[in-house]
Design a binder for this molecule. Sequence first.
Ligand SMILES: Nc1ncnc2c1ncn2[C@@H]1O[C@H](COP(=O)(O)OP(=O)(O)OP(=O)(O)O)[C@@H](O)[C@H]1O
Ligand SMILES: [Mg+2]
Length: 313
Amino acid sequence: MPGAARGGRRPGRRRWDRDLPLRDSEGAATGRCRVHMGAADEKGRAMTGAGSGETTTVAPGRSSAGGSLGRDVVARAVGVHKEYVMGGEIVRALQGVDLDVYRGEYLAIMGPSGSGKTTLFNMIGGLDKPTRGMVFIDEVDVAQLDAYELAWLRCRKIGYIFQSFNLLPALTALENVMMPMLFANVDPDEARDKAVEILRRVGLGDRIFHRPARMSGGQQQRVAIARAMANDPAIVLADEPTANLDLHTGKAIIDLLKELSRTLNVTVVSATHDHKMLNICDRVVWIRDGKIERIELRENLKITVGSIDGQEE
Ligand SMILES: Nc1ncnc2c1ncn2[C@@H]1O[C@H](COP(=O)(O)OP(=O)(O)OP(=O)(O)O)[C@@H](O)[C@H]1O
Ligand SMILES: [Mg+2]
């Protein structure tokens, strides 16, 4: 994989320390946290503040809303609006979304086409910034981060899975999974061993040297899941992960995501039309016209065989 290991900054060459403000859900300042970015320890892991030993952008303390439910909030949207300007017209893709995403939960974002699922997904994943409102990932206000810090956050804290897999076609499954680790300055041998281990875990131990074109859709999505898990993210975001897969393969992918979420305590947020997702998620966020219509616990869903709330699958 020529040059891949050089994609990130060299360990210890430059250290990015930032004091970032912490705010509560009303936006009031509650303190600051120190974030160290870019430097790596002898094992190539990014170093963090306060000698915590964790490989995350960690802020001290926990948020009130998560705390009141006794749950740890890993991502939070507060009054998020997103507007796009198209041919002189304003498209209001999100209109005041408030959402707490809890650590280790499996959250499905459901809604009709154009309701704002991908836009919300992009906000929670730090892929785009709101027009108004705030997004926190592990209590760090994403708007405070510069381009390099945002890239660091995306690489280390978030794993992405897309409908069209988005694997690099020239690379093998193994190299695709190694790639985010190399960008995070993980030692290449360590990255390779870990990539093999994750590929085995997703059932592709015998496909590690295959390129995407020589794998089925389901296998490619498994590689994408392995890649998303490579840097032990806090959140995995999956946008329509089953949309290009047949029923059976889609179910296997959903089950795999659920299993990884449960065993690794990773938060999974999935924007989806796929009602199979409802069987395994912990909560469902129903979104319509850029607003959250309701949030339901799975056990409260009115699921009947093949349909939900009277809608056919
Ligand atoms: N880059 C953009 N520029 C302009 N409008 C956009 C842009 N991205 C999304 N939109 C608009 O914002 C609204 C929400 O789009 P979004 O992609 O979030 O919907 P979605 O719920 O993910 O839909 P789908 O189920 O079809 O994927 C839509 O009206 C869409 O046309
Ligand atoms: Mg979408």
